[in-house]
Design a protein around this ligand. Structure first.
Ligand code: HEC
Ligand code: HEC
Length: 591
């Protein structure tokens, strides 16, 4: 609290500066210029605010001009999370009062009419999806000035005028003065240092970053102008089929029924998911809204949601959590959606999903096997889809040469159970499955041998917790690979054979001498699920260290054909660190 207060006091004088900055620079330059030549109004590109609630709630501080534009607000375009964050700060630090309903209306309006075009939003979706990715930051100054504190994803989720990128720098300096030393400014060279080579860019990293950002992420773009003309409420009610996967649990098939509400871009959902590997089926109900015509934010609830006790256990449940958040990108033609459904205190659990709309035509999604080793006889497999023929004959199915359909065990419109033989000389590779004239491309993989395995994720992070802060878990999985047609392992044509059962172990990562991390960081289960130890100094540990550490997570796989051959192994670099003490998360956008 005290820290916040200090920041607030520091921020007060800055407040007026940040709001008025635009107006001031203009009058200044107008005064300096020859009176006859009116300077080109940089603000001309701003987006008028047409929502009365925004005008009512924001224009007391953000002045409205004669074209209906509000200072600051009209010169930025943000994702729902971006608007939510800015508005939260208005409430927290700038004294704005809003009911949750008003905040929701404002975020919805601004995210849609001052939002991103789909092409702009797509590369930044991972930020909203809470995916752990290795970001590629093309600009060195942005890397030095910005990525030291937060993700590049947060930055590429925004579009601003040059002036707005400048003001963003000022906001940081005002609220977090240490940022100057941490990254924004270049330190002066010591007096006796040799002069830098001629042509060296002597500007501060923050100034260079702004130049890059203003050029790369401007307010006005062809994409946005094209999308504005197309903006409309999405027509997505109906039945959708889901394919997906969850690390450690494998493939998922299911369906989502989307129903309209009285508001045109808000929906209710009923979801059924079937986990192929362990055979569980879960059903959930949910609500969602679609921002800007394509950006789905929703929540779904498990059936156990009415039991209040044990709610916390349910949140970290790895299967059917009390609440799951949904972030998806709706295709422009409303035929597909893809994204991530996630949960957990660090959003570390999640399903990668892709949805396809079901109309009257048959649809083949895939099968329950990751891959089938040749030769094989009497393999039973399940085929998932929609509107499948129920009078299925052997000849209706085509798996390509070398695979013979023996019999159809049963066939419903959603699922068929089939028995096949795979010949010894069946070509290795990914094959399409055809059901009459409907194709599922690359839906079955035939292989001769597992050549190597890999661990996913190949670098991972977990967080200590359980006392004052939540634990951050990690699920590992091992994937089997075949060397592919070129006969060389670790090349692009290798075949992913899917998740396999392995033995898991942790090995010391030799960074500090004698720190015995393995003993302290936590436990790894037989299914590759890591539960971290508690946070805080451990008096039993050398130097009373915290329970953090780094290890290798090692998977060993005994291939089915050579039981006594040396197992295949793979490993992942794994860091267990302290809890995240401050989180910048905007779950409200899905409510
Ligand atoms: C009581 C005065 C006040 C009101 C009312 C107000 N703001 Fe602000 N706003 C500020 C100040 C001060 C700043 C500059 C400091 C900052 O960014 O926190 C600012 C900055 C902003 C920015 C720029 C942030 C950035 O990242 O560059 C946005 C966007 C914004 N406000 C949105 C809103 C919206 C939307 C509303 C109405 C719901 C609103 N504000 C109402 C005082 C206000
Ligand atoms: C010292 C750590 C730090 C550095 C360095 C830093 N940021 Fe931030 N940034 C923050 C914090 C903290 C917030 C959240 C502010 C809030 O909402 O209260 C933030 C918020 C933001 C936002 C959201 C703004 C909004 O209105 O909510 C953007 C965009 C952003 N930063 C971009 C940048 C860029 C670009 C740079 C580099 C020039 C940068 N940041 C450098 C800590 C940092």
């Amino acid at each position: 609290m005290r820290v916040l207060k200090v920041l607030f006091v520091l921020a007060l004088p800055l407040t007026f500066l940040l709001l008025e900055f635009g107006a001031q620079t203009q009058t200044q330059s107008a005064a300096q210029d020859k009176p006859a030549e009116k300077p080109k109004d940089a603000n001309d590109e701003g987006l008028p605010v047409t929502n009365q609630l925004v005008v009512d709630k924001c224009s007391s501080c953000h002045k409205r001009d004669d074209k209906g534009r509000l200072t600051r607000i009209s010169y930025e375009r943000l994702t729902p999370e971006g608007w939510q964050q800015a508005i939260k700060r208005m409430v927290r630090l700038n004294g704005v009062r809003l009911t949750p309903e008003e905040a929701r209306t404002i975020v919805k309006y601004l995210s849609t009419y001052h939002g991103l075009a789909p092409e702009e939003a797509k590369p930044a979706m991972y930020q909203a999806e809470h995916r752990v990715v290795e970001e590629i930051v093309p600009d060195e100054s942005v890397r030095n000035a910005c990525i030291i504190c937060h993700s590049y994803g947060r930055i590429i989720s925004q579009r601003r005028t040059k002036e707005e990128w400048d003001l963003l720098i000022n906001m940081h300096v005002g609220y977090f003065p240490v940022v100057e030393f941490q990254g924004f400014r270049r330190f002066p060279s010591p007096p006796n240092a040799p002069p830098p080579p001629p042509g060296t860019d002597m500007r501060h990293p923050a100034d260079r970053a702004v130049e890059f950002l203003a050029k790369t992420f401007p307010l006005q773009t062809p994409e946005w102008n094209a999308w504005r003309a197309n903006l409309r409420a999405p027509k997505i009610t109906g039945r959708w089929l889901v394919t997906g996967s969850q690390v450690g649990r494998g493939r998922v098939y299911g369906e989502v029924t989307i129903e309209p509400t009285s508001v045109e871009d808000e929906f209710t959902t009923k979801t059924k998911l079937h986990f192929v590997k362990d055979g569980t089926t879960i059903t959930r109900t949910g609500r969602s809204l679609v921002y800007a015509g394509y950006s789905w934010r929703g929540r779904s609830f498990g059936e156990k949601r009415n039991s209040t006790n044990g709610a916390n256990a349910a949140v970290t449940s790895t299967t059917d959590p009390a609440e799951m958040r949904e972030v998806m990108f709706v295709a422009r033609d409303w035929s597909q959606m893809e994204g991530r459904w996630f949960w957990g205190d660090y959003e570390e659990f999640g399903l990668d999903v892709s949805l396809r709309r079901v109309d009257a035509a048959p649809l083949v999604l895939g099968i329950d096997h990751n891959a089938i080793k040749a030769p094989a006889s009497a393999v039973q497999l399940k085929l998932f889809g929609a509107n499948l023929p129920t009078d299925l004959k052997n000849d209706d199915l085509d798996f390509g040469p070398g695979i013979k359909v023996n019999r159809i065990i049963n066939a419903t419109s959603e699922q068929a159970t089939i028995e096949i033989d795979v010949a010894a000389n069946a070509a290795v590779g990914k094959r399409d499955i055809a059901v009459r004239r409907t194709f599922a491309s690359g839906a079955i993989t035939i292989y001769d041998k597992v050549d190597y395995i890999k661990v996913t994720p190949d670098k991972a992070l977990a967080r200590l917790g359980g006392v004052r802060f939540p634990k951050g878990y990690t699920q590992f999985e091992a994937i089997a690979w075949n060397r592919g047609a070129d006969n060389k392992p670790q090349t692009p044509d290798d075949l992913n054979l899917g998740m396999v059962d392995v033995e898991w172990a942790m090995e010391e990562f030799p960074s500090l001498y004698d720190d015995d991390d393995r003993e302290y960081i936590g436990t790894l289960s037989r299914t590759g699920f890591f539960t971290p130890n508690i946070e805080g100094p451990n008096l039993k540990r050398k130097f009373e260290r915290n329970n953090y550490g780094e290890v290798w997570v090692v998977a060993s796989y005994k291939t089915a054909d050579a039981r006594d051959a040396k197992p295949l192994t793979a490993r992942s670099y794994f860091v267990v660190t302290v809890p995240l003490y401050v989180k910048w998360d905007q779950p409200e956008v899905a409510r």
